[in-house]
Design a protein around this ligand. Structure first.
Ligand code: B3K
Ligand code: ZN
Length: 876
């Protein structure tokens, strides 16, 4: 595989104005007739360039130029291209190809999922359907005619509006779709199958009526309501918050079971992984409800941030993904609990994106090179990319940010642009200079801020010194300081917010209680005047930048911030830092009697605090995950971290046993099931209390769990009880509960996936032999990415003590599964291998075994380009 560089970008030599497609769908394959109107690109210097079209796994049947069939000598067909040397300045090209969707296991291009035809074209899979200049800066208008058997495929869908339909011979029929908006090929979509539709309508701000449709298999007809409500909320929110109105007459969502990722924003025809759209009270947890809402919103928001304004090339991927994640995060915060949403996003970022940024695949938000673009749909592009947009929002403030986004959409509507164009629009609208800020797009690695302070009692001055450094990453050293918005507050001894006077002359009256300091140099010292006592600093409020902060917090300060910081996020963060410190001390000296009593008391206070936002309380009672503790450690000893964390958990549960029982009863189910932040918090608190009680084999807890399992009227409570039992030492109850659960839900694939995950994530139920047995289970299916993720992915990513078994069996198991998958679905194989790529981080006993597992994958015959890139970069 070869490396592609941003610096080598060239505008396309040819442009395509219209694409006329005709699909003949059959059981044994599909014939694709494509007619392109092509012209030379006036902006290209290559005036006599041949016409070069991309293709992958296509059988070419026919090529004609301006209606004349070409002889084989007129063109060259290579493994991945069709090249026509001599072409006029403007012409029509017709290409007919034959493809086999029924044998497509990569799930890229046109494939079949439980009898239904569907497509996935981003990033470079339109070329698996027909020959085409498959790059996002070639934008064309599409007309698509689909022909198929009427009884097996009564529903035929593509992008845009349907303009014609009718019957054909032999029980076949057709529908023609026309998309008036020019789009890149990656946004093309087609669906054909036996589906039912849920219908609704939406009236836009300008009064246009839009038809809304969710297409699902008949058995899922009753599970679309939540997605439909989420869609309508998203449409309204985007009008109100960004002034963005929907542009076609119809918006469609289709659910498919076999899908490589969550969902896809194809113009007017979003295709979703079933698990990201289908929900009912009985089958989906609160978390699933929230994820569905966020993903529906995300894909809908792409209609503007991605589709109307798209990416010039794939190095600009974060242009649409970072911005759209920022948009969906703001939406979720607005419709739910903003503090909890921020906590969840930061948890993901600090646990997984920081690890990526410190690993062998570290890359900037705008990468400079790649081998296989599917490997770059990463947490860095998505989550760090969203943090970068959030920082622009923080620096500009909401009004100027909105002015900037308006300018961006207006200036670039219908264009394929760069992250630089985005930043430029923000600069032009606000008058701010973001030159240094652009380094966030160019430099990889998580900046580290080292904070120190001193207090001058005589002058009443508190000095805060902040030093920044950006670590080296593969291929990038000697980095420059970045422009970092650093939000902070100072607290007085009784928890009051102190006025921040950065100049001595400033009076207390007009001094703010929170400021955003702008760091631009390697070191800054800030002086706060007029302070009668040494304050406690509340640093990096709301996590105002994606950085690591090092400051010598005392446990006393952390306990203080946990109960006094007016910023909910920092309250939670103080609690996490305290818990991390307590667990880390136990890792180095395993003496349980040393466990910090103030942590126990802080948790006791939280369990009894009904005045504080209960959603925040629920989050604060969750200990930092093993994955996060591993990320924070140098040469982590996984077994020791696992043991220490369990000891702290047991100690807390034992000390707080009565409070937990009381908390359980106080939050027991009352009234009807609702998806509101308050009731989600109640269920979360109740299930946390249950999990803690079962950790210590409390018999009353066991009774409560069994009772809850039989009484539950929703999946959150049912799963909460099942998870608590599965992770307990009550082995008989565990196996009975698992068997009953499966019996009840075996016909529902999304619930079976949760059933797999609850086992594969558990150190009690997910040891390697049990994982091997799950792979043999009749419900397991190697062709279904969700099943693979819920067993193999969850085992390697969440069941860390079992995966990092010191005998290396977990690594060797993962290597086997990755090799097996590489032949059928390389994209999923390359994702699954991630945990092994972090080998250099671990203590030598682990890392050498991880490395040999990787080497074994490297030596597999016929390694895919996807896996080649990840494995070779990790071994370099
Ligand atoms: N844009 C798609 C992701 C496509 C991944 C291709 N390998 C979903 C999203 O981010 O909205
Ligand atoms: Zn996206």
């Amino acid at each position: 595989p070869k490396t592609i560089y941003l610096s080598e970008y060239k505008v396309p030599a040819h442009l395509v104005d219209t694409v006329d497609l005709r699909f003949e769908l059959f059981e044994d394959g599909a014939r694709v007739h494509s007619t392109l109107s092509v012209r030379r690109n006036p902006e290209s210097a290559e005036v006599s360039a041949p016409l070069t079209l991309d293709g992958d796994s296509l059988k070419l049947e026919h090529v004609a130029l301006n209606g004349e069939e070409l002889a084989a000598s007129d063109y060259e067909e290579t493994e991945d291209q069709l090249v026509i040397a001599k072409v006029p300045a403007q012409f029509e090209l017709t290409v007919v190809t034959w493809i086999e969707p029924q044998n497509n296991t990569r799930l890229e291009g046109l494939y079949k999922s439980s009898g239904m035809f569907c497509t996935q074209c981003e990033a470079e899979s339109f070329r698996c359907i027909t020959y085409f200049p498959d790059r996002p800066d070639v934008m064309a208008r599409y007309r698509t005619r689909i022909e198929a058997d009427k009884s097996s495929c009564p529903v035929l869908l593509s992008n845009g509006n349907d303009v014609e339909k009718g019957d054909l011979e032999n029980g076949r029929h057709f529908v023609t779709w026309e998309d008036p908006f020019p789009k890149p090929s990656y946004l093309f979509a087609l669906v054909a199958g036996d589906l039912v539709e849920k219908k609704d309508t939406f009236t836009t701000c300008s009064g246009r009526g839009i038809d809304l449709r969710i297409f699902v298999e008949p058995r899922n007809a009753a599970k679309c309501e939540h997605a439909m409500d989420s869609l309508k909320r998203s449409m309204r929110w985007d009008e109100e918050t960004y002034g963005r109105e929907y542009d076609l007459d119809i918006f469609m969502i289709v659910a498919v079971d076999d899908f490589n990722m969550g969902a896809m924003e194809n113009k007017g025809l979003n295709i979703f992984n079933s698990s990201c759209v289908l929900a009912s009270q009985e089958t989906a947890t609160d978390l699933a409800f929230q994820q569905i809402e966020a993903i529906v919103a995300h894909e809908y928001f792409h209609n503007w941030s991605g589709n109307r304004v798209t990416c010039r090339d794939w190095f600009q991927l974060s242009l649409k993904e970072g911005f759209t994640v920022f948009r969906d995060a703001t939406f979720s915060a607005d419709v739910g609990s903003p503090t909890v949403k921020r906590i969840e996003d930061v948890t993901l970022l600090r646990t997984a994106q920081f690890a990526e940024d410190a690993g062998p695949m570290a890359h900037p938000v705008r990468p400079a090179s790649y081998m296989e673009i599917t490997n770059f749909y990463t947490l860095t592009i998505y989550e760090k990319g969203a943090e970068v947009v959030r920082m622009i929002h923080t620096l500009l403030g909401p009004d100027l940010f909105r002015k900037g986004s308006d300018l961006y959409f207006e200036r670039h509507d219908g264009q394929a642009v760069t992250t630089d164009d985005f930043v430029k629009a923000m600069e032009d609208a606000s008058g701010r200079n973001l030159t240094q800020f652009r380094l966030w797009y160019e430099q990889a690695g998580t900046p580290m801020l080292t904070v120190s302070d001193d207090y001058d009692a005589k002058q009443g001055i508190y000095r805060l010194t902040i030093q920044q450094s950006v670590p080296d990453t593969p291929g990038q050293t000697g980095k420059q300081p970045q422009h970092i918005p650093f939000a902070l507050g100072l607290l007085g001894a009784s928890g009051e917010a102190l006025p921040l006077r950065l100049e001595s002359a400033q009076g207390a009256a007009n001094a703010p209680e929170e400021s955003v300091l702008e760091l631009t140099e390697a070191s800054h010292t800030f002086e706060f005047h007029g302070l009668a006592q040494k304050p406690v600093p509340s640093l990096l409020r709301h996590f105002s930048a994606p950085v690591r902060v090092v400051y010598p917090w005392s446990r006393e300060q952390l306990v203080f911030l946990m109960s006094h910081d007016p910023d909910g996020f920092n309250r939670w963060d103080a609690g996490q830092r305290l818990a991390v410190d307590v667990i880390q001390s136990l890792v180095s000296s395993p003496d349980v009697s040393e466990i910090e009593p103030r942590l126990v008391e802080a948790c006791r206070a939280l369990l009894g605090d009904s005045a504080l936002d209960q959603a925040l309380v629920a989050k604060m009672l969750q200990l930092p995950s093993e994955a996060y503790l591993i990320e924070l450690a140098d040469s982590p000893d996984v077994a020791a971290i696992h043991r220490a964390r369990e000891q702290v958990l047991s100690h807390l549960a034992t000390s707080l046993r009565d409070e937990l029982v009381a908390c359980y009863h106080r939050n027991a189910g009352v009234g009807t099931y609702e998806i509101t932040p308050e009731s989600i918090a109640r269920r979360s608190l109740r299930n946390t209390a249950l999990a803690w009680l079962l950790m210590i084999n409390d018999d009353a807890g066991r009774e409560l769990a069994l009772q809850q399992l039989s009484d539950a009227d929703n999946m959150t409570d049912r799963m909460g009880a099942l998870r608590a039992l599965v992770n307990s030492d009550y082995a008989d109850e565990r196996s009975t509960a698992l068997a009953d659960f499966y019996e009840r839900f075996q016909d529902d694939p999304q619930v079976v996936e949760q059933w797999f995950s609850v086992q594969s994530s558990s150190d009690r139920a997910g040891q390697l032999p049990q994982i091997q047995a799950l792979l043999q289970h009749p419900a397991f299916d190697w062709k279904n990415p969700n099943k693979i993720r819920s067993v193999v992915g969850v085992f390697a990513g969440q069941n860390l003590s079992a995966f990092h078994n010191p005998d290396g069996s977990g690594y060797s198991f993962l290597a086997d599964q990755v090799c097996r998958l590489d032949d059928s679905n390389p994209q999923i194989a390359a994702r699954l291998v991630t945990p092994l790529t972090r080998w250099q981080k671990f203590a030598p006993a682990y890392s050498s075994l991880m490395r040999s597992a990787l080497e074994r994958i490297r030596d597999k015959p016929g390694l895919s380009a996807d896996l080649y890139e990840v494995v070779h970069k990790s071994l370099e």
